[in-house]
Design a protein around this ligand. Structure first.
Ligand code: ZN
Length: 382
């Protein structure tokens, strides 16, 4: 391949780096990268790879742009809200560098399509936000011998590494053999994230990708980089391949993709939602609040900051984090409906209170988000 005069000008700051040069820039321009997720991490990754002149950039995302994305997902603009993320991302990327071949995969990556999606690319970058997709990406990359440039973020903390057992070093399963119990690690939607954090971690991933494409420098293979942005401290852990790893170890037992939702303990969504015996709806919660004669009390187990953003009038706050100290203020014989933001933490509160001998508890399905959707649109969603 040859660079034309426009391209030479565009990439001149790369070309004058001895570690890149014309030969290196040609490698970048011939490389293909599949970015799984066009969100917080995918944004800086795609922007910088496009600017750097990556040859082919595949984007996998099935989501549409929401207002709550704009605080960090800088591929998307205010005008893109409601549009598919892949489409919005493609326009932004083309605006930066029309030479990049952008391939849109407006779909969810699954055990059925993962090989087909990943196979045509040289490098895979993990910009996912959930454990089933992370394990799926890891397993598919190891089985196809593709480097997997990993990053993850939560609140003020992030981590990055490169998993590529075929080039040495461990895989994600060597580091985390078991997924956390469902609901234990809150998502960004549940726990929050500093908007700039995925910017930092995503840029680290983009740098690792360019180094892999160039074959230069020391990559994060075998190293886990940890960032605490609140203290602005980086740490590094040496990672070793686990000889017992079921995927990349000496006697692997995982030779094909599995059901990752099941592996992560997430029950499949039934086609028609079946009523859970411990759950009530926001309509039931409204009836309980409207009619005190029913003798049902409603409590909110979110944190005070969340209560300040949005709450239902007349519902007292018992934050889950304080329940261990405060549950004695509640009456174990009273009937309670418990709500949180979306129904996950309130289920944990229910289980905890039940262990303390509370008998009449129900979890409000969908939490205050469902309340805002179905009962009172003036309650803001966050
Ligand atoms: Zn492994």
């Amino acid at each position: 391949m040859q660079l034309n005069n426009d391209e030479i000008r565009r990439y001149s700051r790369h070309l004058i780096l001895p570690e890149v040069g014309l030969a290196g820039q040609k490698k970048i321009c011939s490389a293909s990268v599949l970015c799984i997720g066009a969100g917080g991490l995918g944004s800086p990754i795609a922007l910088y790879l496009a600017a750097a002149g990556i040859g082919k950039l595949g984007l996998v995302d099935f989501d549409i742009v929401d207002y709550s994305n704009l605080q960090r997902q800088i591929l998307h603009t205010d005008a893109d809200v409601g549009r598919p993320k892949t489409q919005s991302a493609c326009e932004t990327i083309k605006g930066i560098n029309p030479n990049v071949e952008v391939v849109l995969h407006n779909t969810r990556i699954t055990s059925q399509n993962a090989f087909e999606l990943i196979r045509p690319y040289d490098i895979v970058v993990d910009g996912t936000d959930n454990f089933p997709t992370r394990y799926l990406t890891n397993d598919a990359c190891v089985l196809l011998k593709k480097p997997n440039v990993y990053g993850s973020i939560f609140r003020f903390e992030g981590q990055a590494s490169v998993f590529a057992p075929h080039l040495g070093g461990p895989c994600y399963r060597c580091l985390y053999p078991e997924p956390p119990p469902p609901g234990m690690v809150p998502s960004c939607a549940e726990g929050g994230v500093l908007g700039v954090l995925p910017g930092i971690i995503g840029c680290i991933q983009a740098a690792e990708i360019l180094k892999l494409a160039l074959g230069k420098g020391s990559s994060l293979i075998g190293r886990l980089l940890l960032l605490n942005a609140l203290d602005m401290k980086f740490r590094e852990l040496k990672l070793r391949r686990d000889p017992q790893c079921p995927l990349c170890g000496e006697n692997p037992t995982i030779k094909e993709l599995i059901d990752y939702e099941m592996f992560c303990g997430i029950a499949p969504e039934p086609a028609t939602p079946v009523a859970h015996p411990d759950e009530v709806t926001v309509q039931d919660m409204k009836r309980a609040l409207d009619d005190p004669k029913l003798g049902i009390k409603v409590i909110d187990v979110r944190e005070p900051d969340e209560y300040e953003i949005a709450h239902v009038n007349g519902v007292p706050l018992f934050p889950l984090s304080t329940l261990l100290q405060r549950f004695t203020e509640l009456d174990p014989n009273q009937q309670y409906y418990i709500h949180c933001k979306s129904g996950m933490r309130s289920m944990r509160a229910l289980q905890f209170l039940r262990e303390q001998g509370f008998k009449h508890l129900k979890n409000v399905r969908g939490g205050i988000l469902a309340w805002s959707d179905e009962i009172d649109h003036t309650v803001p969603k966050y």
